[in-house]
Design a protein. Structure first.
Length: 278
């Protein structure tokens, strides 16, 4: 019960942060967010009915679909987040901090991204289109991210007919700022990189990475396609800040080594853990 209580408080706090970014920075300057929030803001502008009403009504069909297709926990947590957003938007109102649309776009994008990131970390969502994207992903060749991007580009582009084309462009900028902020909140600033290292001195390089940097190394059997020579391939995961140190260490041992570096979205288990950098 304590675990779910903390999660509920986290979702409510995330919705509060999002509301502040929306009501204090974006909405007063006719800048909107994507997804169902954007649809609700445009519907409120056209009809005069409160945004708090539309944000719940427009999300309900998506949550009914999500309850049947995805599961109860995610759907209920997302519904709670939306109800919190509706409540905060109804009762919390502050004067706009700035009337400069460019500054409001930057500040608003950062703050709503922080709010959405917190909600995602606690297992919820504010956007019913994400549920639709998850379901559509199983039946189409497009990824969840691509489907969400398509929805949002359509919604943000449509805002030009409701507000102005300047507002539509600012909304698009705010969306990309929020998207990056969500990534930072959910994954952290310490991005991870994977390295594949082909070297004739695999024992020395392995010892260097393990003892000098404290990172685990996996040895993979490899074979060169041209000369058909057997070799060992080293695989390890390090933080973005450690990549240069690893490359320098490998080059010292074997200047002719081959190093391939690529992004890692997540790493769990084994000996991997985030480290402090010195």
């Amino acid at each position: 019960m304590v675990k779910y209580g903390v999660r509920v408080l986290g979702l409510a706090f995330g919705a509060l942060i999002y509301t502040l970014g929306l009501d204090v920075f974006l909405v007063p300057n006719h800048v909107i967010d994507g997804g169902v929030v954007g649809l609700a803001l445009m519907a409120a502008q056209l009809t005069g009915i409160s945004f708090s009403v539309f944000i719940v009504l427009l999300n309900i069909p998506f949550f009914i679909l999500g309850y049947k297709k995805i599961g109860t926990v995610f759907t209920m947590l997302s519904l709670f987040s939306v109800i919190c957003l509706s409540g905060w938007s109804k009762f919390i109102h502050y004067a706009p901090v700035t009337s400069d649309p460019f500054l409001s776009t930057i500040y608003g994008g950062i703050i709503i991204g922080l709010g959405v990131g917190l909600i995602i970390r606690w297992g919820g969502s504010l956007d019913g289109t994400e549920i639709l994207a998850i379901i559509a992903d199983k039946k189409t060749p497009f990824s969840v991210g691509e489907i969400i991007m398509f929805f949002n580009l359509f919604i943000l582009g449509s805002s030009g007919f409701v507000f102005s084309w300047d507002s539509a462009m600012y909304s698009l900028v705010a969306y990309f700022i929020a998207y990056k902020m969500i990534d930072i909140v959910t994954n952290g600033l310490d991005e991870m990189k994977g390295l594949l290292i082909v070297t004739a001195h695999h024992d020395e390089v392995s010892r260097c990475i393990i003892h000098d940097m404290g990172r685990a190394v996996t040895l993979l059997n490899g074979e060169g396609a041209y000369k058909r020579e057997k070799t060992m391939v080293l695989y390890c995961v390090v933080s973005r800040l450690e990549v240069t140190k690893v490359k320098e260490a490998v080059r010292r041992v074997d200047p002719h080594s081959f190093i391939s570096i690529f992004d890692i979205n997540e790493a769990h288990g084994g000996l991997f853990k985030r480290r402090s950098h010195h």
